[in-house]
Design a protein around this ligand. Structure first.
Ligand code: AMP
Ligand code: MN
Ligand code: MN
Ligand code: MN
Length: 283
């Protein structure tokens, strides 16, 4: 069993379709691949084609906890659950509103055409990543890194704060959809260990059941710490590449530091809901 439980398609800010991801996962020897697009599940609603690993239905919801942005991954969800669908529609509306505000700011800087470029995309969830691509393509920025640093991050010329749902609402919607709420890349939030521990504790109390204990570029000490936190709070452990794009610097599907064998014994695939997971039939 070789799993990658965090990846993106072009329905959010990934660059490829499900078919491509499946083929890549097959090449890299995966048995399971979770598709976890930002605030949308559209990739899971298209008919699957080609050989490859089993696709696990997932989502990555942007939310807020104590004024910081947290990402919660839902695994083994029913992508057609009404409560989850409602929350995702709200999140997508917030994303649309945010890009419209960014477009206004960009127009004031003398650059036009963002909304038109975005409407030509497949994306259901519009992200800052799409805006970064536009800034590079239209010659405003030399590369994506600069686009984020100078324009899209806090303090940047086009920065618009996001108004995501509360972390508890994201967990609740994932659970309503029969999924396992998983704290995404816990070491990537700009918080110290005391606050990180409090985040994990709050996440657990709110019904979160798993955390990502390994992902690309994680420091070995952080991986050890997350494995320890997982044990302390009796959580299942997950792992994911957060793959977006084969052409860019994103880590390839399935390429990430492995969990220790002790941690693998608490892998999220041991969760009862993994066994009885919703097997989605596209229509
Ligand atoms: P959003 O959810 O709309 O705020 O968009 C954030 C997305 O932009 C993330 O999911 C990443 O894929 C991407 N991203 C964020 N920061 C950077 C960065 N500094 N360089 C490149 N991509 C980034
Ligand atoms: Mn992304
Ligand atoms: Mn994330
Ligand atoms: Mn992600």
């Amino acid at each position: 069993m070789k799993v990658d439980l965090h990846s993106h398609t072009y329905y959010s800010d990934g660059k490829h379709d499900l078919c491509y991801l499946k083929a890549r996962a097959l090449e890299n020897g995966l048995s399971h691949l979770a598709i976890t697009d930002h605030d949308c599940v559209d990739a899971l609603l298209v008919e699957q084609q080609g050989d490859g690993p089993e696709i696990i239905s997932g989502v990555e919801i942007s939310c807020t906890w104590e004024n910081i942005e947290i990402h919660v991954v839902g695994l083994c969800i029913n992508p057609r659950d009404p409560q989850l669908s409602r929350l995702l529609a709200e999140q997508q509306a917030k994303r649309n509103k945010r890009v419209a505000q960014i477009d206004q700011k960009l127009s004031q800087l003398g650059s036009h055409g963002l909304m038109e470029a975005l409407s030509a995309l497949q994306a259901r969830a519009l992200t800052r990543s799409h805006v970064a691509d536009f800034l590079v393509e239209s010659g405003v920025c030399a590369n994506r890194k600069k686009a984020f640093k100078r324009y899209l991050n806090k303090g940047g010329k086009l920065y618009v704060p996001a108004e995501w749902c509360a972390m508890s609402s994201a967990i609740e919607a994932i659970r309503a959809a029969g999924g396992i709420a998983t704290l995404a890349h816990p070491g990537r939030y700009a918080i110290n260990r005391i606050k990180l521990k409090r985040l994990v504790e709050t996440f657990r109390q709110a019904g979160g059941e798993a955390l990502e204990a390994t992902y690309p570029n994680i420091a070995p000490e952080m991986k050890q710490y997350l494995e320890k936190l997982g044990r302390e709070y009796s959580m299942y452990l997950s792992c994911g590449s957060d793959f977006h794009d084969a052409a860019a610097t994103w880590t390839d599907v399935g390429k990430l530091p492995t969990l220790s064998s002790e941690s693998a014994a608490h892998g999220v695939w041991r969760h009862p809901q993994w066994e009885s997971r919703f097997q989605f039939q596209a229509s």
